[in-house]
Design a protein around this ligand. Structure first.
Ligand SMILES: CC(C)(COP(=O)(O)OP(=O)(O)OC[C@H]1O[C@@H](n2cnc3c(N)ncnc32)[C@H](O)[C@@H]1OP(=O)(O)O)[C@@H](O)C(=O)NCCC(=O)NCCS
Length: 192
């Protein structure tokens, strides 16, 4: 039995300064490549094997030999994860956001779950929804069907996509937050 049957191993890697200076298509390519390196590190840690990264014609990563995978790349950090279950990962740099974006990411009843600081909670909601929307392969078009239904603590919350529950784990580091669809499994985060 591989480690992947009992745990999930997302890996986060910093972007080198030389890659941060790249522009446009070159930058996207460099970040995509680095995110795939993070994904391969996740494979090593979880005892899974991936030798191709096929996608559907809408850009959704397709499983290979039962191994699901997800990538995220931001300008200074990237992440990758492999899993035996459908998986989604997202990463954001925490920064101030305006009220219109707060209203876009969640409805009032979802915000009520937070109680206090919505600015602080914004990137939790955002990354959690992105992670679920990646795991279900919908991307942004599924946003209105994805809802936060419970906040357990600072690192665990539950969302639904339609009626299906999606437990999500968060990892906070150095001005960033990452989210992962966790399937009630323990999550072993690696920040390289
Ligand atoms: C495309 C999308 C899935 C994620 O986009 P993103 O957050 O800008 O990008 P990330 O860097 O986190 O993820 C990119 C990776 O997601 C994967 N991806 C792309 N489309 C995907 C889809 N429909 N489903 C699952 N994964 C997808 C790809 O592997 C891609 O990496 P690659 O091009 O190197 O292979 C989609 O959700 C989107 O368009 N987001 C826009 C941002 C937004 O408005 N979010 C609001 C959330 S509340």
């Amino acid at each position: 039995m591989t480690q992947a049957a009992t745990q999930i191993f997302p890996v986060i890697m910093p972007v080198a300064d030389a890659d941060k200076r790249l522009k446009g298509r070159d930058k996207v390519k460099a970040l995509s490549r680095l995110a795939r390196s993070a994904l391969m590190r996740s494979c090593e840690k979880s005892g899974l094997h991936l030798d191709a990264f096929p996608k559907s014609d809408t850009g959704v990563p397709l499983p290979v030999g039962g191994v699901h995978w997800s990538l995220t790349h931001k300008s200074d950090m990237v992440g990758g994860v492999a899993s035996l279950l459908p998986v989604g990962m997202d990463l954001e740099t925490i920064r101030p956001v305006n009220d219109a974006l707060l209203a876009k990411v969640a409805a009032e009843d979802e915000w009520q779950l937070v109680g206090g600081d919505r600015q602080k909670a914004f990137f939790r909601f955002w990354t959690a929804k992105e992670a679920v929307l990646k795991a279900v392969g919908k991307g942004m078009v599924g946003l209105s069907r994805c809802r936060v239904v419970a906040i357990v603590d600072d690192t665990r919350m539950t969302l639904t996509y339609d009626e299906t529950p999606w437990p999500v784990a968060h990892f906070w580091f150095d001005g960033h937050v990452a989210a992962l669809t966790a399937h009630y499994l323990p999550v072993c985060w690696t920040l390289l």
